[in-house]
Design a protein around this ligand. Structure first.
Ligand SMILES: [Mn+2]
Length: 328
């Protein structure tokens, strides 16, 4: 694995002509937006580009101009560069492919804290609020004109990863890029409306059931909430994006750390999202206890345990972790 800067990243992309773009499992707005923006931009630059994903495009992102194709192991050898966006963790790549014996360079572009891994190159910039911002900078350095479709994709990446400019990762650069995107004439209120007003009634009912599981620990400093397979099955769902649920326990005055666990009817693995209200409380450290990772204010982990076994364990670790937080 070799860490590289933006210039080298641009160079690698620039000299490749047939590029495969991959994202992560449970693709979010930043993942989809980054993949779309990079694909659209590189096509404008005359390159051949494919975007592969196991999962289909979530409904709320259907307005984004992107063509997701199913992964094909046999077709891999035709590419001269593989770019993985919004994750640098091999097991989180959103395409079931064996990338180990490949001659093709594997480049990860990400804004999370990265651990040692088998990617050929990694460009990770934690100062950027979204991977979409990094993709924007790459396209600009390649002298590619940012059209309305690219702008919509990058804008989606930014608003979903910053909680509409409210999380602590939002910075000067985020607004600078956003201003440039607005100049292309994108309809920001329409984009927000499509993304945030497209919940199915089942989604709201599952949220209701999840809210009922709320448990506060350490005098209200910690909150734990979960979605069980049972709740999903009752509403006819198998896989489900519960990413935003964690914001509800986080919104409680006393809560410093919010945990949200999602069980999946089709798998043994639990998904855990962790949020802290302040960068002074680094929840990536808590995530690390469960072999996860992420940012200081937003982290997660995948847990190979049953919900019933895991909940008391999490409660204990959360209480211990909160004890390490200095009073302010
Ligand atoms: Mn992201």
């Amino acid at each position: 694995m070799k860490k590289i800067g933006l210039d080298k990243t641009v160079q690698l992309i620039s000299r490749s002509s047939n590029i495969l773009i991959l994202g992560h499992v449970n693709p979010d707005g930043d993942c989809i937006g980054s993949m779309a923006a990079l694909a659209l931009g590189l096509k404008l630059a005359g390159k051949k580009v494919s975007v592969w994903a196991d999962e289909s495009l979530p409904l709320k992102y259907r307005f984004i101009k992107i063509n997701l194709e199913k992964p094909h192991q046999d077709a891999l050898s035709g590419f001269d560069l593989i770019v993985v966006l919004d994750t640098a963790v091999e097991t989180r790549i959103g395409a079931k492919l064996d990338l180990r014996q490949l001659e093709i360079p594997l480049l990860a572009i990400d804004h999370h804290v990265t651990a040692e891994n088998n990617f050929t190159y990694i460009h990770a910039d934690q100062s950027q609020a979204a991977t979409g911002c990094i993709v924007y900078d790459i396209l600009k350095l390649l002298n590619i004109e940012i059209d309305k479709y690219i702008a919509e994709a990058v804008y989606t990446a930014i608003i979903t990863d910053t909680g509409r400019f409210s999380y602590s990762n939002t910075n000067y650069r985020t607004f600078e890029i956003t201003l440039e995107l607005l100049k292309t004439g994108i309809d920001t209120s329409e984009i927000s409306s499509v993304i945030y007003n497209s919940n199915a009634p089942e989604y709201i009912r599952i949220l209701g059931a999840a809210l009922n599981t709320l448990e506060l620990v350490a005098d209200g400093a910690g909150a734990i909430m979960y979605v069980s397979s049972e709740m999903l099955k009752k509403e006819g769902f198998k896989n489900f994006d519960t990413e935003d649920f964690v914001n509800y326990p986080k919104s409680i005055t006393t809560v410093k750390i919010a945990c949200m666990i999602t069980e999946n009817p089709d798998s043994e693995v639990l998904r855990m999202s962790l949020r802290s209200k302040s960068p002074d409380i680094d929840v990536s450290k808590l995530a690390k206890l469960f072999n996860g990772g992420g940012h200081k204010c937003a982290s997660g982990a995948r847990i190979n345990e049953s919900l019933k076994e895991f909940l008391p364990k999490l409660k204990r670790e959360l209480e211990n972790f909160i004890k390490t937080i200095p009073e302010n």
